[in-house]
Design a protein around this ligand. Structure first.
Ligand SMILES: [Zn+2]
Length: 241
C-alpha cells in the first residue's frame, strides 16, 4: 500500500456503479492520476465536492497496486461558478479536455498543471473574453508539449510576413505565399496578430487586450486545426463554440 498527498484538479469524473465516481486528477508532480471516490454520488456525501469537475483540492490518495482510492480531500479553491455561465462552461470543458489529452499518467507536469490552474482562474475571476483565455491556454499547451508556434518569420524561408500568411497543418509552421503547400490554410493578418499578442501576454493581463470577435474565432479555428494535426485528436468540446 502506498499513500500520497497532492494538490489536484478534477479534469474528468465518471459515475461508477451506483454511488462511486472514478476521477481523473491532474497533479503537479504525478501527472494524471485515476482514483476512485467512494460514495460520492450519495446526497449527503462529505466529499461530494471532490467528485465534481473543476474541483481544486488537496487529495489524500491510497493505492493498492495500481488502483487509487481517495481517502480525504480538502478544497483549496472553488471553480464551480464556471458551471453557472454557459459560455464559460463550454470553454472550461475544453480546457479540461485539452489538459486530459496533452498530459500523461505518472509524469511530472508542473507547467501543464500551472497552465490549467491559471486558465481556470482567469475564466472564473476576470472579465476577460472566455475565448481569449482558451486561445492563450492552447498556445501555452503547445509550448509545454514541444510544439510551440513560431510567429516571427516564415518558418521555411525566413522572409518577413506581409499580409499573405499560411499555416501548414501537418507541421504547425506559419509560412509565406511562396512556401505554402497543399497542406496549408490561409491565415488573416488580423488573426495572426492576435496570436502574436496572446503569445506575449500573461493570463493576468489578458483583459487589457481588445480583439475583433471574428479574428478570435479564426484564431480558435487555427489552434484547433493545429491541435488535431499535432495530437491526432479531434476535440469534442470545441464543436459547440
Ligand atoms: Zn517563405
Amino acid at each position: 500500500m502506498k499513500e500520497i498527498i497532492t494538490k489536484a484538479i478534477v479534469i474528468r469524473s465518471v459515475l461508477y456503479k451506483d454511488n462511486d465516481k472514478i476521477l481523473t486528477l491532474l497533479t503537479p508532480q504525478y501527472g494524471k492520476i485515476s482514483a476512485n471516490l467512494k460514495g460520492a454520488n450519495k446526497p449527503q456525501a462529505k466529499l461530494k465536492f471532490a467528485g465534481q469537475l473543476f474541483c481544486f483540492a488537496e487529495f489524500n490518495i491510497v493505492f493498492y497496486g495500481q488502483n487509487g482510492t481517495v481517502k480525504t480531500a480538502s478544497e483549496i479553491e472553488s471553480f464551480f461558478d464556471i458551471s453557472k455561465d454557459f459560455k464559460k462552461l463550454s470553454i472550461g470543458s475544453a480546457i479540461l479536455e485539452i489538459s486530459d489529452k496533452t498530459t500523461k499518467d505518472g509524469e511530472n507536469c508542473y507547467s501543464f498543471f500551472l497552465n490549467t490552474l491559471k486558465a481556470l482562474q482567469a475564466l472564473v475571476y476576470s472579465q476577460t473574453n472566455p475565448k481569449l483565455v482558451l486561445a492563450k491556454f492552447m498556445l501555452e499547451s503547445f509550448k509545454f508539449s514541444g510544439y510551440g508556434l513560431y510567429l516571427d518569420k516564415c518558418k521555411s524561408c525566413g522572409a518577413k510576413f506581409n499580409s499573405n500568411i499560411f499555416l501548414n497543418i501537418e507541421t504547425g509552421a506559419f509560412v509565406c505565399s511562396l512556401c505554402k503547400s497543399q497542406e496549408c490554410m490561409p491565415v488573416s493578418l488580423g488573426a495572426f496578430n492576435v496570436l502574436k499578442v496572446l503569445n506575449n501576454t500573461e493570463y493576468e493581463n489578458l483583459k487589457s487586450i481588445s480583439v475583433h470577435e471574428h479574428h478570435l474565432d479564426e484564431v480558435l479555428v487555427i489552434l484547433n486545426a493545429n491541435f488535431t494535426g499535432k495530437f491526432e485528436i479531434i476535440l469534442k468540446s470545441l464543436k459547440n463554440l
